[in-house]
Ligand binder design. Sequence first.
Ligand code: 5GP
Ligand code: ZN
Length: 114
Amino acid sequence: MSDCLFCQIIEGRIPAAMVHQDDTLVAFRDINPQAPLHLLIVPRKHIASLNDLSPEDDALIGVLMRRAAALARAHGYEERGYRTVFNTNREAGQTVFHIHLHLLAGRSLAWPPG
Ligand code: 5GP
Ligand code: ZN
């Protein structure tokens, strides 16, 4: 989608600090990090929110989750721990309507979340 920020990053029209790219997804550093490691794992397919997933996306979500674990491991947080978050719509604070998995690590993360 031409007016979607993350589609524009995926297409290389807006720069981002990429840490991983493959045929299915990209991962880049959040511009406003909330932890020492804050990555966004983003499918190349434009899907506005989790509310818009269809059964054909089931495998895609698995790929996103496994990539988050691999990136956490690659950055040394496999044992210390990390958090993975999808925000959906207003009360969860979703601001970019192209699904993205937040990967946060490197500090103690409060529970319950704010
Ligand atoms: P949401 O609030 O939708 O769950 O997450 C959107 C995230 O995208 C936020 O954490 C925000 O800091 C990040 N973000 C917004 N604009 C940009 C940008 O232009 N580049 C990067 N790398 N991250 C962005
Ligand atoms: Zn998009």
